[in-house]
Design a protein around this ligand. Sequence first.
Ligand code: HEC
Ligand code: HEC
Ligand code: HEC
Ligand code: HEC
Ligand code: HEC
Ligand code: HEC
Ligand code: HEC
Ligand code: HEC
Ligand code: HEC
Length: 359
Amino acid sequence: MTGLPAEARTREGGCLTTGDRALRGLTMFSRFVLALAAAGLISTAAAAGQSAAPKPPANEDCLTCHSDADAKRADGRTIAVDAKRFEGSTHGPMACVDCHADLATLVEFPHADTLAKVACAACHDDIGSQYHDSIHAWAKEKAGLNVAPACADCHGRHDIAKKTDPASRVARANIPSTCGRCHDGIKKKYDAGVHGAALAKGDPRAPVCADCHTAHSIKRADTEAWRLSVTAECGSCHIESQRTFRDTFHGQVTSLGFVRVAACADCHGAHDIYRRSDARSTVSPARLVTTCGRCHADANAGFVQYDPHADRVNKALNPTLYYAGKFMNLLLLGVFAFFGIHTALWLRRAIVARREAGR
Ligand code: HEC
Ligand code: HEC
Ligand code: HEC
Ligand code: HEC
Ligand code: HEC
Ligand code: HEC
Ligand code: HEC
Ligand code: HEC
Ligand code: HEC
């Protein structure tokens, strides 16, 4: 049916003049007219010498009805498809029926009012299975929360672009807005915080939602496993802070898997992170007692002198800790050296004694 006569594709074609009006308020009658018109198109095409073997409908066939910007369903929702934008999208070279697969075998228009949902995972199967295990898929499919996103809610439908295209909904700079359509409160906090500010300035190092949460395997944020993994994520950018954190009590215990001690976000916040010099920061001198006090009920100005990032290899910053660290290392070395020599001497003595006894 690729070779539809030219007039069938114009607004003068029976289908399309009805398109403006009939598609908007389809009555049983106008549907009937539409059906006749479509059947007409098909028989014209067949008469024009098309091969008898049923070919899948071509994009132009679909667009005779769907490129009409005013085309609407009976209930008023649009069914218009912007052909130009579709052609410019990453799926532009594809056939409509590659996605709307249940129409691939259609022989005669009109098609059914309700079609199968598009299965993006049919081609993107890796991502499909990641998504399948995510909180979003769980919320949508198991908990029945229709507001939870499917692929098209984050990517769009007919205008999907590669993530490297700055216009893509999932280009780095646009990710917070895409997630923020639903998680608006969090987006506001993120925008105000130091990471959002860095992104707004165009800093390519700034973390976006998907860096900490992933895009397709998003998990509940209150599980211990996830909270441990996000600590590693913070550390992948804040290498020094993570190193010093690891060396301190909270880090030593956290790295053993006991997340309830304190991970980065417990002290710094998750989305509303600020510089220490900013009064809004949870680790600003004025708020530190409250922050530590969430877990250490008796925290006071003295207690918070303890530095969670104390650096025992930095002499200038933490001289006491530095020398204490050096002393502990020396002590350890001394102990090993002493007992090492001690054992060697004992061994020698034992061998000599055995030889003497054997003689
Ligand atoms: C003869 C005109 C016509 C042609 C040709 C046509 N459609 Fe439609 N299409 C409609 C109308 C009318 C509706 C709205 C049905 C309703 O909801 O009342 C619709 C609805 C749809 C829907 C929404 C279905 C749903 O479940 O909500 C999709 C998807 C669709 N068409 C895809 C296509 C594709 C792909 C082609 C080409 C293979 C195509 N259409 C060809 C008239 C047409
Ligand atoms: C990359 C896959 C993909 C391709 C290719 C595609 N569509 Fe769609 N289309 C979708 C998705 C996703 C929806 C949303 C409904 C759903 O999830 O099934 C949709 C919905 C529609 C609808 C219903 C109105 C709307 O916007 O929700 C129409 C009509 C439609 N498509 C027509 C077309 C036509 C015509 C073409 C070819 C020019 C086409 N589609 C190509 C994925 C695609
Ligand atoms: C909650 C929003 C969201 C949902 C739902 C979602 N994606 Fe994505 N997707 C993204 C983001 C954000 C990126 C960019 C990731 C990045 O920059 O690393 C992305 C990237 C991609 C890419 C580019 C390749 C890659 O991995 O970087 C493909 C392909 C893709 N998604 C397909 C899908 C499919 C198929 C589904 C449904 C099974 C889906 N997405 C569901 C947000 C989403
Ligand atoms: C019939 C197979 C097919 C279906 C169905 C399909 N895609 Fe694709 N998709 C492709 C191909 C092929 C590419 C281009 C890959 C490339 O150029 O690397 C692509 C590219 C993409 C990209 C860009 C990847 C990037 O590098 O950033 C995204 C995002 C994407 N698809 C999402 C979707 C979503 C969402 C759906 C469902 C609405 C969908 N796809 C349905 C085949 C498909
Ligand atoms: C730097 C890492 C990071 C970035 C960037 C980030 N998050 Fe989070 N997010 C976290 C952490 C850590 C938690 C757990 C917070 C807690 O329990 O105190 C969390 C929790 C959440 C939660 C569930 C708990 C709640 O507060 O409701 C949602 C939803 C969420 N984030 C969405 C987003 C969105 C949307 C963005 C982008 C605008 C984003 N996140 C950016 C680290 C991040
Ligand atoms: C279309 C709306 C929508 C979009 C877009 C969306 N989400 Fe969600 N998100 C939801 C819903 C609904 C839930 C389930 C709510 C619940 O039960 O906690 C959810 C849950 C979450 C959770 C788990 C919250 C928790 O309680 O632990 C995180 C984290 C999250 N989303 C992050 C993201 C990120 C990151 C993006 C963008 C890549 C995003 N979401 C895009 C609607 C959305
Ligand atoms: C993808 C990289 C990346 C990730 C992941 C990341 N950050 Fe950042 N962070 C940055 C950048 C970039 C800045 C802004 C630096 C600037 O503007 O000087 C910043 C700034 C900060 C600041 C302000 C102090 C400073 O050094 O500028 C704190 C505190 C902070 N991040 C904590 C965290 C925490 C906690 C996490 C995890 C929940 C995290 N970051 C995850 C890149 C990252
Ligand atoms: C027990 C609470 C606590 C934990 C856990 C913690 N920090 Fe801190 N962090 C602080 C305090 C207090 C300061 C300010 C004192 C200092 O700089 O040593 C700080 C300072 C910082 C700074 C410099 C802030 C500035 O504005 O100069 C960064 C960056 C940082 N932390 C990142 C992290 C990262 C990444 C993690 C996890 C690997 C982490 N922190 C874990 C309490 C904590
Ligand atoms: C999310 C909870 C949490 C936060 C927030 C937290 N800690 Fe802790 N911290 C713990 C736990 C749990 C332990 C181990 C149990 C214990 O010894 O009290 C611990 C142990 C300690 C220890 C060593 C043991 C002790 O009690 O003497 C110090 C010192 C300490 N924390 C200081 C701080 C400081 C300073 C802050 C604020 C910058 C802070 N902590 C924030 C949970 C937390």
